[in-house]
Design a binder for this molecule. Sequence first.
Ligand code: DX5
Ligand code: ZN
Length: 216
Amino acid sequence: MAIIAPSLLSANFLNLEQDCKMLNESAAEWFHLDVMDGRFVPNISYGPMIVDFISKATTKYCDVHLMIEEPEKYTEAFHKAGADNLTVHYEACKHLHRNIQQIKSLGMHAGVALNPHTPVDSLKDILRDIDLVCLMSVNPGFGGQSFIGQTLLKIKQLKEMINEQLLNVKIEIDGGVTLENAKLIIDAGADVLVAGNTVFKSENPFNTIAALKAIS
Ligand code: DX5
Ligand code: ZN
């Protein structure tokens, strides 16, 4: 059964308290929180302050996805804000191994995200040090984009790498996940489905989360 991780980015920010309540009662296990700096990606979202409010309002696991340059400068701040998992981008880290160690030393789970153009092979020598790989199935920066089909192949390749090394690393798919393609993504080997627009732009987000969970 895959984990469902609704993405706050697509929520109505005037309604965050209600959305947290809805999420707490829903079948989702994680809350996916997207941090953007306007440098690594061409968009700005929110930072530790909002994560802090959300982590206090939700009973769910807070999965924080940093789409920022120099993420090492903010590891501590997101730890204090209540992140359970901190994911950094492979493309944003000169010293990825050090950044992972920093995250783990604070007691958080560590994830690495790959942009659509970055091959999964790039993680060969760090896979055993991390808890999660976030495969971007859109170019990061915005919700509501279409799923890039090549990701299905990447999921299968990554799953093989994980199994070969007998590791317990989760594969998360982020971007363009819908009720229509969720089964294909899970069958390819995904463990976590992030869903922004599919959940929060639907008529009944609570029911949509249940529908995603039922597929998984
Ligand atoms: C995109 C973010 C995603 C986004 C997904 O850069 O990392 O988490 O919220 O949104 P949807 O599911 O609408 O593609
Ligand atoms: Zn994300």
